[in-house]
Design a protein around this ligand. Structure first.
Ligand SMILES: [Zn+2]
Length: 485
């Protein structure tokens, strides 16, 4: 048995509880190695032994929550890890108000002062959020190097969605929640994420910092073009920053979940069923959305199409949730060929999920999208129940005009095109314009600088997400080193 905080140290429910430690992940599944050597036991909260078993339990439960929702097992982390079978968990990596995933570990920190210590690894919300980054990186490794604000925002939203799904996978949490807010229509401890860590930010940094209040899935934030958002603001404002805009997409997900719950039996069982359906739609949406600048809409469109295969009404339910947050989906637009391309229709091997696109088609796309000789990856995605090819060009965007310190530095990003067929020929279904991709990338880097998320000096202390590195051929490039909490 261990002492376990099932939600967040500041959640107003009976915590900690004594629970059985989850068994280790089976060798054939994506697993964890938790640093420290304290054996399983019921340790007092705040001790290293408690923290070790708390973080371990939360990370395992986050993966198991998705597995239960999806009815499938998660067998590997991202291929970019040295050992994709094992993710290291560091329950306390030192002094900071932070937590991050960096393709090697999930790392958590502590900060003390005025008789209070905040451990980010003590919050199941925070551990589940970081585990969410790792799960999405395994599902969509291409997002790591896609430098658009909405792609970064969606990664944060996936972390918060993972925290929600993890919380709702726990039966006693569902019971507590429904006792408290039977219709999910008002604020509560489950839709609020990382209460304790946010309180630490408020105490140690100040109440005007954007992270000084929990992010809430129940919100009325409405999407607008990120470049029209303000750069600075407090925790209640929508600003152009990945965690801030994440609330829009998490809000869409939570509104889908609430609408699905209204159609279920009003019990904790019905709530878990609604959560599972919403989670499956989100997983499918994130798996299949092309990594375009308007990524929130791309995820929503794929969620609506996946829902539409269940029933027309469910497709409309997803569209309504996104519309409430200012994202009009027009999901069927993705299925309409826009432009004939050179070459025959793409061919698919559905058992291996491999797409074959003719060279003539790729060359035609290069001309039309202005992607020059950029390296390309071809993969298969599902749009509705149709297989289409995704052709992603890996382009470099010059950053000279963004900041004098970035003279000569490039930022890698992706320009994806969805290719389907029309009358046996290849046809373009959807692609961003190259000039839009360039501007969105430059905007993303400005936002990183404004939020101290880009370390110009690699020694920078507080978990930057990006650094400037030397590429083999001698080019200096902006490089992602991780996702923070
Ligand atoms: Zn994060």
């Amino acid at each position: 048995m261990i002492n376990f905080i099932s939600n967040d140290p500041l959640a107003p429910i009976h915590q900690p509880r004594e629970v059985a430690a989850r068994p280790d992940r089976k060798p054939e599944l994506a697993g964890f190695l938790v640093t420290g050597n304290e054996p399983e036991a019921v340790y007092p909260v705040g001790t290293p032994g408690f923290l070790r078993w708390q973080a371990r339990q939360a990370a395992i439960l986050a993966v198991e929550a998705w597995e239960e929702a999806l009815d499938t097992q998660i067998t590997t982390w991202a291929a970019a890890l040295d050992d994709p079978s094992t993710l290291v968990v560091v329950p306390d990596a030192g002094t900071d108000l932070n937590a991050f995933y960096d393709r090697a570990s999930l790392s958590f920190f502590h900060r003390s002062g005025n008789g209070r210590t905040v451990f980010s690894g003590a919050s199941t919300d925070v551990v589940a959020h970081e585990t969410g980054h790792a799960l999405l990186d395994a599902l969509r490794p291409d997002l790591w190097d896609t430098s658009f604000l909405e792609v970064g925002g969606a990664h944060e939203a996936f972390g918060d969605i993972t925290a929600l799904v993890t919380a709702l996978a726990d039966r006693s949490t569902r019971q507590d929640l429904l006792d408290f807010v039977p219709d999910l229509g008002t604020a509560h401890f489950v839709e609020a994420t990382a209460e304790d860590l946010s309180d630490g930010v408020r105490l140690f940094i100040g109440a005007t910092h954007p992270a000084s209040k929990p992010r809430r899935a129940l919100n009325t934030f409405s999407w607008q073009l990120p470049e029209t958002m303000s750069r600075h603001g407090g925790p209640d404002d929508m600003i152009a920053e990945v965690h801030s805009i994440a609330r829009i997409l998490t809000g869409c997900f939570y509104d889908v979940l609430r609408a699905l719950y209204r159609e279920q039996e009003q019990t904790e069982n019905g709530l878990w069923e609604a959560t599972r359906i919403a989670a499956r739609l989100a997983w499918s949406g994130f798996a299949n959305a092309p990594e375009v600048p308007r990524f929130f809409r791309a995820v929503g469109r794929q969620m609506a199409l996946a829902a539409g295969t269940q029933s027309e009404e469910m497709g409309r339910l997803v569209s309504r949730a996104f519309t409430r947050h200012g994202i009009a989906l027009g999901a069927s637009a993705l299925l309409t060929p826009e432009l004939a391309l050179a070459g025959d229709a793409p061919q698919f091997n559905r058992s291996t999920a491999v797409a074959d696109v003719q060279d003539a088609t790729i060359d035609d796309l290069r001309r039309r999208l202005g992607t020059g000789s950029a390296p390309v990856d071809v993969s298969m995605v599902q749009v509705d129940s149709t297989s289409v090819a995704k052709v992603s060009f890996h382009v470099d965007v010059a950053l000279d005009d963004v900041d004098p310190r970035l003279a000569g530095v490039v930022c890698p990003t992706n320009v994806p095109a969805l290719v389907g067929e029309s009358g046996h020929s290849a046809a373009l279904l959807h692609a961003p314009r190259q000039d839009v991709a360039t501007e969105e990338t430059q905007q993303f880097v400005r936002v990183l600088i404004a939020n101290d998320q880009l370390a110009f000096d690699q020694e920078s202390p507080r978990g930057p997400t990006h650094v400037v590195g030397q590429r083999d051929e001698g080019t200096r490039e902006l490089r992602r080193v991780g996702f923070s909490c």
